[in-house]
Design a protein around this ligand. Structure first.
Ligand code: ASP
Length: 330
């Protein structure tokens, strides 16, 4: 247990050592470390957990390796729409944005929604206009473009399939025939499984916890689709009494399972520890509804946990007791 700590993730999915080069692995770890350090520096300097998670997530949004901000995945119409949210466990204030385009740091916009509006969630054009009023940075489409994600989308563009950035979702209409080689609907996409949604949770020196999540969503999603990441209680939740949680994975099951809040409920009503509650939600409740993915968590006592039911999850944690690690596989 530690007096302050930060945990981050860069997405979960079919992330296998065989599909990774040493160089790429090093790039991921370096990017995770940089983001974690940005949040940790903030905590060391006496900053709040909400500032720390915002700093860490902004760093990951700026990195093209992850599916959030720069490097976000493409929707069915070729656009890049992003979702983000942030929540302060000390007062349960929250802010979120859904389906926004051209905003450099969606998590910063979520923060401004929390601190400068009377609302919790803004979407689409209204969110963008709000961003403009508050002077948030925007970028042209080219800034967000990444060749590998564009190709990932191109392979699925004419299908009804929708893929986690790092895995693949098989369409409901698929038959075993569809698995045949050369069928572009999802066979190829499963090779592109290394990039994902980002998130952070933190405990500060004042005993307050916070969570933030940011994503481009799922490749080939219907434009206008909103995933779990910006939904308070599904992809993100924070409450000093229980835990701060940030999720990653196939958003629809995560919404239906009210995933992040369920961890909090298991702690509050059943008295489970953070690790126990996260384990039940990820390895039992989510799996029963085909919910692939994982989550990171922290509680106000300084316990941290990183749990996933997929092959891997980009993740890291650092605390005031000297723990400092970045991990990818099981
Ligand atoms: N949860 C995100 C979504 O469904 C995707 C991800 O975590 O990679 O939008």
């Amino acid at each position: 247990m530690s007096s302050y700590a930060i945990v981050i993730h860069g997405g979960a999915g079919t992330i296998l050592p065989a599909a990774m080069t040493t160089e790429l692995e090093q790039s991921y770890k370096a990017a995770l470390q940089e983001a974690m350090d940005a949040g940790f520096r903030c905590l060391t300097a006496g900053g709040t957990s909400i500032e720390a998670v915002k700093a860490a997530v902004m760093s990951l949004e700026d990195c093209i390796l992850f599916n959030a901000g720069r490097g976000a995945v493409f929707a069915k119409d070729g656009s890049q729409e992003m979702d983000a949210s942030i929540m302060d466990g000390s007062n349960r204030m929250a802010g979120a944005v859904a389906a926004v385009r051209n905003i450099r740091n969606p998590v910063e916009l979520a923060y401004v929604v929390m601190t400068k509006s009377q609302h919790v969630m803004l979407n689409g054009k209204g969110a963008q206009e709000f961003a403009k009023i508050h002077g948030l940075k925007t970028e042209p489409d080219e800034y967000f473009y990444s060749e590998f994600r564009h190709q990932q989308w191109k392979q699925m563009q004419d299908t009804d399939a929708m893929a986690l950035d790092h895995s693949v979702t098989i369409p409901a209409t698929a038959s075993s025939d569809d698995f045949a080689e050369g069928k572009p609907s999802f066979t190829k996409v499963s090779e592109d499984k290394k990039f994902g949604t980002v998130g952070a949770v933190a405990l500060d020196q004042y005993g307050n916890i916070a969570a933030a999540t940011s994503t481009g969503g799922m490749t080939n999603k219907q434009w206008g689709r909103v995933g779990d990441s910006p939904i308070i209680g599904a992809g993100t939740y924070a409450n000093n009494m229980t835990c701060a949680i940030s999720c990653t994975g196939h958003g629809e099951p995560f919404i239906r399972a009210v995933t992040a809040y369920d961890v909090s409920c298991l702690m509050e009503y059943k008295g489970l520890s953070l690790q126990e509650a996260m384990h039940i939600v990820v390895h039992d409740k989510l799996l029963k509804i085909d919910g692939e993915g994982g989550m990171i968590g922290v509680d106000a006592a300084g316990n941290t946990a990183m749990v996933f039911n997929s092959e891997g999850m980009y993740r890291g944690r650092r605390d005031s007791e000297g723990l400092n690690e970045t991990l990818i596989y099981k």
